[in-house]
Write a protein that binds this ligand. Structure first.
Ligand code: OAD
Length: 238
């Protein structure tokens, strides 16, 4: 039976953030060279920004989608996929990331609570579909035919993240919760550690520095995700 640090563990919930993809070459949001240092999130990642300046918002996400072809999953993505394959209990992976590096790193189950760059959404008919490589305010929805209704299938500030009831249920039942490469600045994800801890889970943070919610974790693996996730996964599987 699987044990971690002398505690029986059968259900694991992993939360990842931008730090897990940083060493693949994708910028985080709040580090010194992060995306929100260069752009005001309120001008890019809100429904109001999309209505006010669709060219700016759609262009920002087109550029980020375009970057995906230039980057590769790293050792942290691969280690998590290995954990999902080899752990004897269940491993639920929830990510705030909108990239596809967990999938390309071999993870079969990935819950994208903030949406995905490779998906687009029609605000008129509600259909979500694989994203065109680029689209703008003159692109026709392939589903309903309307022009100008397509948006990135990304959860903007002020919108409800996806799959929250499922995530909350899994957090309440897990015995190990691991947060990797996330600053703890954005809720509801930043509150997951409290839910898991209240439910009796061991809580582990992997980050190159302490997050805003570091005090809620029992254990800290401090350093680059490519090294620390591999170490943690090895310990869990041993
Ligand atoms: P942040 O940019 O807020 O935080 C990234 C975290 O990763 C920081 O705590 C860094 O210390 C850590 N980090 C950076 N490089 C690392 C490395 N190589 N190894 C380990 N840790 C590293 O990104 P998130 O927490 O993911 O939402 O941001 C949460 C949400 O805020 C995003 O999903 C996005 C953003 O606004 C939306 O756009 C809706």
């Amino acid at each position: 039976m699987p044990y971690f640090r002398d505690r029986f563990v059968d259900q694991i919930v992993i939360l990842t953030g931008a730090g897990v993809s940083a060493e693949s070459g994708l910028s985080t949001f709040r580090d010194s060279d992060g995306l929100w240092e260069k752009h005001d999130p309120m001008e890019i990642a809100t429904p109001e920004a999309l209505a006010r300046d669709p060219a700016l918002v759609l262009g920002f996400y087109n550029a980020r989608r375009g970057q995906l072809g230039d980057v590769q999953p790293n050792a942290a993505h691969r280690a998590l996929a290995r954990l999902q394959r080899e752990f004897e209990g269940s491993v639920f992976l929830v990510t705030q990331n909108v990239d596809d590096l967990h999938e390309r790193g071999g993870s079969g189950q990935v819950c994208h609570m903030h949406g995905e760059l490779n998906s687009m959404l029609c605000a008129q008919c509600g259909a979500s579909m694989p994203a065109l490589p680029t689209f703008d305010q003159n692109t026709q929805c392939p589903h309903c035919g309307l022009i100008g209704s397509l948006r990135p299938d990304i959860v903007f500030f002020g919108e409800m993240p996806y799959h929250m009831p499922d995530i909350e249920a899994l957090l309440s039942g897990c015995s190990l919760f691991v947060a990797i490469g996330t600053s703890g600045a954005v809720y509801p994800a930043a509150g997951f550690v409290r839910t898991a801890r209240q439910s009796g889970a061991i809580c582990v943070e992997v980050n190159k520095e302490a997050s805003d919610v570091a005090g809620y974790f029992h254990h800290h693996y401090t350093g680059p995700a490519t090294q620390q996730v591999d170490k943690l996964v090895q310990e869990i599987l041993d």
